[in-house]
Design a binder for this molecule. Structure first.
Ligand SMILES: NC(=O)c1ccc[n+]([C@@H]2O[C@H](COP(=O)([O-])OP(=O)(O)OC[C@H]3O[C@@H](n4cnc5c(N)ncnc54)[C@H](OP(=O)(O)O)[C@@H]3O)[C@@H](O)[C@H]2O)c1
Length: 280
């Protein structure tokens, strides 16, 4: 029984692929940009952009399970091709954002919501993983930190429960190999509610160097973020952070209840990723 791992270049997809392969499961790596993709020895890599169905048939040949990144533009074609290929279970990397009251109108939340809905109505067995913000989002501060510049934020006191990508990958593998999570929706968070300011203090401590935080206006944040992401995404993130400003993040003990161990901390993530911030 082979598993197709989409988003094999992504932080979570890459970790899922490595775990399944090293545990001896048959896997195929799919990526929208397969050229130069590093996969474990012996793993077949295929080009598959989820919003372009041309390559689906070949990618799904012999596949019984899919680890899926959400892409509403191609989901109907993917479901049809998966059913034709005999796929039995889809594990979706969804998002906690689908629970937001405005999820229907929010471009980021809607992206995952539409894929959840399509799978829920498809008859395919599915598991929805709904992580809170990734600890790895802190890499977005690396440019400023590496140059000794202040990290400029509109909502430095917005609180999330940052989750380590390896914990998402561990739960995904449990869903793909354990058999007990089919039909379930799994909320995933890190172990602590931390503001951006607190995350930066952890990073400063781990890196052994001061990091300045500067509060900026919403208009400044729109200009700053608009340089590298589309305006609707900027608006969506700023709305999310405004709603989380000073509000403790909800915590879930899913890693403990499903894997029997606590979730990795943000400090652990920071310690493993000092190189991204110019550390050693
Ligand atoms: N970042 C967060 O805080 C957060 C929180 C909750 C949920 N999520 C969800 O997690 C997912 C990935 O998050 P991320 O970007 O932060 O991290 P990531 O795991 O690094 O994902 C980026 C990867 O997504 C894959 N991808 C994107 N568009 C694709 C397409 N059209 N077809 C196939 N694959 C595609 C690409 O992999 P390939 O290049 O290999 O195709 C890309 O490298 C998103 O759906 C997001 O909604 C993120």
């Amino acid at each position: 029984m082979s598993t197709l791992v989409t988003g094999s270049r992504g932080t979570v997809g890459r970790a899922v692929l490595a775990r399944l392969h090293s545990a001896g499961h048959a896997v195929r790596a799919a990526s929208a940009r397969p050229a130069g993709l590093a996969v474990p020895d012996g793993v077949e890599a295929v080009g598959l952009a989820l919003d372009r169905p041309e390559a689906l048939e070949g990618a799904l040949h012999g596949v019984r399970q899919i680890f899926l990144y959400p892409q509403p533009a191609g989901i109907d074609a993917l479901i049809e091709a998966a059913q034709a290929a005999g796929v039995e279970h889809v594990v979706l990397l969804s998002s906690a954002s689908v629970l937001a009251p405005d999820a229907e109108d929010d471009p980021l939340a809607r992206h995952s919501l539409l894929v959840e809905r399509a799978l829920a109505g498809s008859g395919l067995a599915h598991t929805f993983l709904r992580p809170d913000a990734f600890a790895a989002n802190a890499v977005g501060w690396a440019h400023s930190i590496g140059r000794g510049l202040p990290v400029r934020l509109a909502h430095p006191d917005a609180r999330t429960a940052p989750i380590h990508s390896e914990d998402i990958a561990d739960i995904a593998v449990e869903a793909l190999t354990g058999g007990s999570l089919a039909g379930r929706t799994v909320a995933l968070t890190g172990p602590e509610s931390l503001s951006f300011r607190e995350q930066l203090a952890v990073l400063a401590d781990v890196l052994g160097r001061g990091i300045r935080v500067e509060r900026i206006s919403r208009a400044e944040a729109e200009r700053q973020m608009g340089a590298y992401m589309p305006a609707p995404m900027v608006a969506s993130l700023l709305r999310f952070w405004e709603a989380a400003d000073g509000v403790p993040a909800t915590l879930h003990d899913t890693t403990l209840s499903l894997l029997g161990r606590p979730a990795r901390t943000f400090r652990q993530w920071a310690g493993e990723n000092t190189a991204a911030f110019g550390g050693h």
